[in-house]
Design a protein around this ligand. Structure first.
Ligand SMILES: [Zn+2]
Length: 367
């Protein structure tokens, strides 16, 4: 179907958008945790990212004080079915009224998957703004050997998301920059899906509000991105950190989930196949995915440079060597392209047909 006829057909199709139940953001917002959990009952089961457990434990004790009982379990860093089953068993034993996830992506995803299994309310507290995953009804599940199993679709988005900008500003600026790249992909991919008529992550077209949100996300990131990184480097949350946190976590989260994803994320999935990229963050690989997607879309030099220069200023990768691929050998690029172009995968949400040869060709230009 051509892009034109796809668009003409779209008015007859189902559209949708999904949200977390409540989103709270601000300096020291984590102090609301006890109050928020009390609304669901007297007992909260908390899954705490082991990387920041020592730093967060006293803050959590004080946030729950006088509000509800809680059990605090340090998360081992994996989001596997075995770990989810183990946490769900402990949460059940504790007879909890809600599940809380605190930390980075894997701890939050584990908490979301446990809440889904137990059909329990879920509260997530992202302590970095490195990706747009926290608000979504998806959990990325890994195999025991560390390879990707699947993006697991959950019945509900989190009931409450609490973004504490004091914690986010205190984390390394690299995380915030990665989240900006993840957020920059949202509008580009949303527009690719809108043009092609591709489904969003829950199988319908995005409703018009979803595209407005994706576009707002991009506007905010270009306007406040550089200042936010400067504030983060000083660990001083100001207006830019507030705006960029909202864009990275909420706007990008709503945008990607309700508009759909395409080549930038398809190529990031392909890049994950190379061991060399494993020390790069999700958003850093998405940055390369964005530039490759723009090339695939035949974007003007001016448009390409707008993203390339902006990402360069934020310290984001703009070349394959920046994500560990020092020698862009043909067999490496073919491995990435084969995975990215798997039949039925998200890269095919683009308005044009994409072949592995085309992906190899654009990646070569980023070597
Ligand atoms: Zn992403």
């Amino acid at each position: 179907m051509s892009a034109g006829s796809a668009q003409a057909d779209q008015h007859q199709r189902m559209r949708g958008i999904r949200f977390p139940g409540k989103y709270l953001q601000g300096p020291d917002a984590i102090n609301q945790l006890g109050c928020v959990c009390k609304e669901f009952g007297a007992r909260a089961f908390c899954v705490l990212d082991h990387g920041i457990a020592d730093m967060l434990r006293p803050i959590i004790y004080s946030a729950f004080d006088g509000h509800c009982e809680f059990s605090l379990v340090s998360h081992n860093g994996d989001c596997t079915w075995a770990e989810i089953g183990n946490l769900a068993h402990q949460a059940k034993e504790f007879r909890c009224d809600c599940i809380v996830g605190l930390g980075g992506g894997k701890a939050l995803d584990a908490a979301k998957a446990v809440a889904d299994q137990l059909v329990s309310p879920c509260v997530v507290v992202p302590t970095i703004a490195a990706s747009d995953a926290p608000c979504s009804a998806l959990a990325i599940i890994y195999n025991e050997d560390g390879s990707l199993d699947r993006a697991h679709h959950l019945a509900r988005n989190p009931d409450v998301v609490i973004a504490d900008t004091t914690l986010i500003a205190a984390a390394p600026a690299r995380f915030l920059a990665a989240g900006i790249a993840d957020g920059l992909a949202t509008s580009i991919e949303a527009n690719a899906c809108r043009t092609s008529g591709a489904d969003n992550t829950f199988g319908v077209l995005g409703i018009s509000l979803a595209y407005e949100i994706a576009d707002l996300c991009e506007k905010v990131l270009f306007e406040f991105g550089e200042q936010a990184i400067a504030e983060c480097e000083e660990s001083l949350p100001g207006i830019a950190i507030e705006r960029v946190t909202e864009a990275n976590i909420l706007l990008s989260g709503l945008g990607f989930e309700s508009c759909g994803v395409a080549a930038a994320h398809g190529i990031q999935d392909g890049l994950c196949e190379l061991y060399e990229t494993h020390s790069s963050l999700h958003g850093e690989k998405v940055a390369i995915g964005i530039l490759a997607e723009l090339k695939l879309q035949n974007a003007s030099d001016q448009q390409f440079q707008r993203y390339e220069e902006f990402m360069g200023k934020l310290g984001l990768p703009t070349r394959l060597s920046h994500i560990g691929i020092l020698d862009a050998k043909k067999e490496f690029l073919e491995k990435v392209a084969t995975r990215a172009c798997k039949k039925g995968d998200i890269i095919h949400n683009e308005p044009m047909s994409v072949t592995p040869e085309m992906v190899v060709g654009v990646l070569k230009q980023l070597a």
